[in-house]
Design a protein around this ligand. Structure first.
Ligand code: HEC
Ligand code: HEC
Length: 256
C-alpha cells in the first residue's frame, strides 16, 4: 500500500540521524525495534527506558550486559530470579530490539525541548483552554473522533508527545490516519481510517462517530490525509503551557 510506504519514508527520515551511529542497522530496523520496545517493554521500562528502579536503558551503561550477545540473551531469556521476563522473539525481532537498545544507549532518549512542566496545570489546559477532549478521550471523558489518550504516557516518549502538539504533521502513526472520501453523489465523508482492504474502507465517521464500511466502488475518490486534522498548538499555547500539557500526558500511564 502506497500510503504506508510514504509514511514509513517520513518516519525513517526522522530517525535517520540516530541510525547512522549504529553500523549495519537501517532506520527501518530501528523503527521496528522502537515499535517492539513500545509494545513489549515500555510497560515496565517506560517509553524512555528509565522507569525500572536502578535501570536506565538510555544511560549508555547496562549493568548486566557488555556486548550485543548479552543483550540478546536478556531479551530472549530474561533475567532469571528478577522481574525481567523471557520473550518469544524471532532472531530478526531480537536483532532489531538489540539495535534499538544500542541506539537508545548511544544517543539517549530523545529530549523534550520546553521548560519543566506541571502535570496538574496541564490537566486543566487539556480540559479547558486546549479543548483536547473535543477530539480525544481520556478515561471516560471526551470524544472518540481522535485517538484515545488514556494511557498514552505509557506508550509514547515525552519528546514524541511534545512533537504531536507543536508539529502534528511531522509523524502520524499508521493507526491514526484520517481519510476523506467523496461518494458518487458528491457527498463528502471524513473519518479515522480503521482498516482498508482491496474493496472496502472501514472508517469511524467523524460526524456520526459510528463505524462505517465504504465500498471503494461506490466512491468517486478517497484520500488518506498526510496532514493531521489536529490543530498545531505552537501558536495557541505558550511554551510553558505546552510543557504542562506534555507533563500531564506523560503521567497518563494507566490503561483504564
Ligand atoms: C515485567 C516487567 C519487564 C518487562 C516487560 C521487560 N523488562 Fe527488562 N527488566 C525488568 C527489570 C525489573 C529489570 C531489572 C532486573 C535486575 O537486574 O534486577 C530489567 C532489566 C533489563 C535489562 C538489563 C539492564 C541492565 O542495566 O543491564 C535490559 C537490557 C532489559 N531489561 C531490556 C528489556 C527489553 C528489551 C524488554 C522488552 C523486550 C524488557 N526488558 C521487558 C523488567 C521488565
Ligand atoms: C480537532 C480535533 C483535535 C483536537 C482539538 C486535538 N487533537 Fe490531538 N489529534 C487529533 C487527531 C485526528 C490525531 C491523529 C493524527 C495525528 O497523529 O496527528 C491526534 C493526535 C494526537 C496525539 C498523538 C497520539 C498518538 O497516538 O501518538 C496526541 C498526543 C494528541 N493528539 C494530543 C492532543 C492534545 C493534548 C490536545 C489539546 C491540547 C489535542 N490533541 C487536540 C485531533 C485533535
Amino acid at each position: 500500500m502506497q500510503w504506508k510506504s510514504l509514511l514509513a519514508a517520513a518516519l525513517l527520515s526522522a530517525i535517520g540521524l540516530a541510525a547512522q551511529e549504529v553500523h549495519g542497522v537501517t532506520p527501518a530496523d530501528l523503527e521496528r525495534g522502537l515499535q517492539l520496545f513500545l509494545n513489549n517493554c515500555a510497560g515496565c521500562h517506560g517509553p524512555d527506558g528509565d522507569l525500572v528502579p536502578d535501570v536506565n536503558l538510555a544511560s549508555g551503561k547496562f549493568r548486566r550486559a557488555q556486548g550485543d550477545n548479552d543483550l540478546r540473551g536478556i531479551v530472549l531469556r530474561g533475567i532469571p530470579g528478577t522481574a525481567m521476563p523471557p520473550g518469544n522473539y524471532t532472531p530478526e525481532q531480537a536483532g532489531v530490539l538489540v539495535a534499538y537498545l544500542r541506539s537508545l544507549a548511544s544517543s539517549g532518549a530523545p529530549k523534550r525541548t520546553g521548560p519543566p512542566g506541571d502535570a496538574s496545570l496541564g490537566k486543566a489546559i487539556v480540559e479547558t483552554k486546549g479543548q483536547c477532549l473535543q477530539c480525544h478521550r481520556i478515561g471516560r471523558a471526551g470524544s472518540i473522533a481522535g485517538p484515545d489518550l488514556t494511557g498514552i504516557g505509557g506508550m509514547r516518549r515525552g519528546a514524541d508527545l511534545e512533537q504531536s502538539l507543536i508539529n502534528p504533521d511531522a509523524e502520524i502513526r499508521p493507526d491514526n490516519l484520517t481519510v476523506v472520501a467523496v461518494a458518487k453523489d458528491g457527498k463528502k465523508i471524513t473519518g479515522r481510517l480503521m482498516n482498508m482492504d482491496t474493496y472496502t474502507l472501514q472508517i469511524l465517521d467523524g460526524s456520526s462517530l459510528k463505524l462505517r464500511t465504504l465500498k471503494k466502488d461506490d466512491l468517486r475518490e478517497y484520500e488518506v490525509l498526510k496532514k493531521s486534522p489536529m490543530p498545531n498548538f505552537r501558536d495557541k499555547l505558550s511554551e510553558q503551557e505546552i510543557s504542562d500539557v506534555v507533563s500531564y500526558l506523560v503521567s497518563l500511564k494507566e490503561r483504564i
